[in-house]
Design a protein around this ligand. Structure first.
Ligand SMILES: [Zn+2]
Length: 463
């Protein structure tokens, strides 16, 4: 055990107390106030962390309530440890109070314990431990206290506008061993007019709650013209039965509604779910093939809704560092005969995003869809032998004695907010992902291991 490890061990009860204090501040996004861009509670959490840092003898700064920092060491270059103090709302399903920071056995329960207050408050304490050990780093080490990771990520642009970008950095807001590839993200909305119905009018067609999840349910409403509602219901039920499709079908007056079930999954891994939208489209098209809207809906299903690899759009591809392109149809709606579908495309890290976007646009226009961009986030990729990935991998291997390999992810971590920065911890391989879950907790032993690894990484990157 190094001297740094010993100091971290000795201060562990104090570190835990600091984390508890922070968790007791329900720092969920709130109404902006003067100097408090993300609301009262987030500002309280930021002030608490800065006060803690000052009480530990660290230099601190606050950039208008957007980002705070605490630093140790001297020199023109900085190593950044990026984390955030905002949390997602508690949500339902908790068996302990989410903001009481209850200690129970070898665990601390509460919203933000692992995402991301535990890791980042711990990082402040590690700066203090380095000081106690008399370690003189060759670069300044700055712990950056972000405040808007969970919402708009409007915090770090402010930092980069006012401060010099770090030499390199890591964010303990992802997973170990180290995430060196994060796919690029293209969120698009495609829309077109749907032809009117003949004997059966399609009044509503919708599914999905957020763009980055596979719709687990989709529903439609039909208005019967030439046929009685009973006849429509019978026809739909027959098709559903034939296809083994789980559907709820009912009538009110002249309207018939149906809801089809799929299985939800995260939008970065759509292949793990079953999208309810193409199932619904398939059921409607098969039951009413003569309707003028049927061919367009069928085409939409095969082009946009039904495949998770972008084959319909002609963009299916993969690369070695990050794997396959994924495409999730997360939302669909029909308003005034206008059908729109929102796609969440995650593309391999070595692809040119603009080129890919143009390919989608050309294809979509050919098929009669208008395209608008909802969000573009470029990929992140730092090869295994480049800084800081090489050093972080070495530190992780030394600390755990595991033959660790870097990870690639479809989702975008906080690391994308700073150049030359990657996600490093806090989740260990094989451990459940507790972020955003009810009863979020940290286990003392794992937390201590995280602190030691972060300490070793700060020393290695700054020397
Ligand atoms: Zn987080």
């Amino acid at each position: 055990m190094t001297e740094l490890d010993q100091v971290i061990n000795a201060l562990f009860p104090d570190i835990l107390r600091s984390v508890q204090e922070s968790v007791r501040i329900p720092s969920v996004l709130g109404e902006p106030r003067q100097g408090k861009p993300f609301g009262e509670e987030i500002d309280r959490a930021l002030c608490h962390a800065l006060e803690t840092a000052r009480s530990l003898g660290l230099r601190t700064g606050n950039l208008g309530g957007y980002v705070g920092y605490a630093e140790y060491g001297e020199g023109p270059e900085t190593v950044a440890v990026l984390g955030h103090l905002d949390v997602v709302p508690a949500g339902s399903g908790w068996t302990r109070p989410p903001f009481d920071a209850v200690l129970e056995g070898d665990r601390l329960y509460g919203r933000g314990t692992v995402d991301d207050k535990g890791p980042i408050i711990g990082a402040l304490w590690i700066l203090h431990c380095l000081d106690r050990c008399g370690i003189v780093p060759g670069r300044r080490i700055r712990v950056l206290l972000g405040t808007d990771e969970e919402s708009g990520r409007r915090d770090m642009p402010r930092y980069l506008a006012e401060e010099k970008a770090p030499h390199c950095g890591f964010t303990p807001d992802g997973a170990f061993p180290v995430v060196n590839a994060e796919k690029g993200q293209l969120r698009l909305s495609l829309s077109r007019q749907l032809p009117e119905g003949d004997a059966v009018r399609l009044v509503a067609f919708e599914g999905g709650t957020v763009i980055n999840a596979v719709p687990g349910e989709a529903s439609a409403t039909l208005a019967s013209g030439a046929f009685s509602p009973e006849r429509l219901i019978a026809a739909l039920r027959a098709t559903a039965r034939k296809n083994g499709c789980e559907a709820r079908i009912s009538g009110t007056g002249s309207l018939v509604s149906l809801t089809v079930k799929g299985r939800s999954a995260h939008g970065s891994t759509p292949e793990l779910g079953v999208n309810a939208l193409p199932l619904l489209a398939g059921l409607l098209v098969e039951t009413f093939p003569e309707e003028p809207w049927a061919p367009v809906l069928e085409r939409t299903a095969s082009l946009l809704l039904g495949d998770t690899e972008g084959r319909g759009l002609g963009i299916a591809a993969e690369d070695a560092p990050s794997g396959r392109l994924t495409c999730n149809a997360g939302l669909a709606s029909l308003k005034n005969g206008h059908l729109s579908v929102s796609l969440d495309i995650r593309h391999p890290v070595t692809f040119d995003q603009e080129e890919l976007f143009r390919a989608v646009e050309v294809r979509a226009l050919e098929e009669g869809y208008a395209v608008s961009v909802l969000r573009k986030a470029p990929p992140l990729w730092i090869p295994e032998d480049a800084e800081p990935v090489g050093t972080l991998l070495r530190v992780y291997r030394e600390q755990t004695r595991e033959d660790a390999r870097p990870l690639s992810m479809g989702g975008g971590t906080y690391a994308k907010s700073l150049p030359r920065t990657v996600a490093f911890g806090p989740r260990f391989p094989g451990c459940p992902d507790l972020a955003h879950q009810p009863d979020e907790y940290l286990i003392f032993e794992e937390y201590l291991r995280l602190l030691r690894i972060m300490g070793a990484a700060m020393v290695a990157l700054s020397s």
